[in-house]
Design a protein around this ligand. Sequence first.
Ligand code: GTP
Ligand code: MG
Length: 389
Amino acid sequence: MEQTRRADARYQIGAGKVEELARMVEETGAQKVIFDNQLRTLQTYNLAKATHVEVIDRFQLILEIFTQRATTTEAQLQIQLATLQNELKHAKEKVRLAKMKEQPGFMGLGAYEAEVYREAIKRQVQTILKKLAKIREKRVLHRERRTELGFLSISLAGYTSAGKSTLFNALTEETAQVAKSLFTTLSTTTRMVEFSKRKFLLTDTVGFIDRLPISLIEAFHSTLEETIYSDLIILVLDLSEPIETIQKKNSICNETISRLGASGIPTITALNKIDLLDEAETKAKLEILKDQIRNPILISAKRKTNLQALKQEILRILETYIQAQFSVPLTNKTMPFISWVHEKTDIKKEYFTNDSVQVVFEAAPEMVEQVRRKVEDLHGKFQTNPKIQ
Ligand SMILES: Nc1nc2c(ncn2[C@@H]2O[C@H](COP(=O)(O)OP(=O)(O)OP(=O)(O)O)[C@@H](O)[C@H]2O)c(=O)[nH]1
Ligand SMILES: [Mg+2]
């Protein structure tokens, strides 16, 4: 629903529009109304009263998205902090309104005194700030995550609507059947993909958003940061947008990645949605962009065009993937070790003799090193193979 007018003090939109909105909510069974404009507390209250459902604005919607996406404690705390700081701004007015009559989004506040409520929020803010300080003190790099399973990992980054999830689905589709048990350790946005007989972990990250409120930047960074650490980043750009927009989004993405300390990670830029352009347009845009972007590949995630070229580029860049082999004597420690190797690496061959087991596997260099140390502890023989071609 759209309306062009000076903002109404009570509802943001005009009284007639409010009625229309209330009808629409009723007819569609909507559970929530989202405004693109920033709403004042009084407007939120009045709209909830008129529609009987919770009314939120863009700021709160973004918070909700981040909340869904954040899995590390740090990211969750950053989001709670932003939520509480926002609540603090509106606390007085919210309590005052809730005392009149409670509406969706104002529940339970009527019992509070405004100052008591504000003090309670302030105490929570202090607790979170202390926890955050502690986490930063003993911060272990998120890099740990990438070797968790011993597979190389790839993350999809880019603005909202660039086509990350579409590409994520296109790339994971063919692999959906692989090793179901492994998925249990992964989050909903990380999946195993397999091409050229090699397995990778692919992660769909939280999308960049235009007009991101300043108070949400920290929350966005820590939510993105936890997923962007990987062996390779695929930056997805929507090539159907105007060239200035593409350039702006590309540089904002790269700056942010670099601010998070992830600029050393090799990057492929997937120029997506080429199905919406004719060949001449595509060529012209690529010509302008090619000096500003890293490893461009033209694709259409929706039509699954050129995904083969993208996969080849991934393989080319991830050539550090190491193949290695070892043999260890059979003792009571051998089988637990072998099942650990199964869990952590991509096993290519395995054969048992009377007194030993031999294994050929592939994994990221750090994991190969861990295996090597364990093999030595078990008095086995270890050898890395030349790079895979
Ligand atoms: N024409 C066309 N549309 C595409 C293509 N890839 C994605 N889309 C469409 O673009 C829209 C956004 O795609 P998503 O995959 O949800 O984008 P996203 O990057 O995951 O967005 P967020 O999750 O909001 O960060 C959807 O309507 C897709 O169908 C493409 O190659 N061609
Ligand atoms: Mg998405």
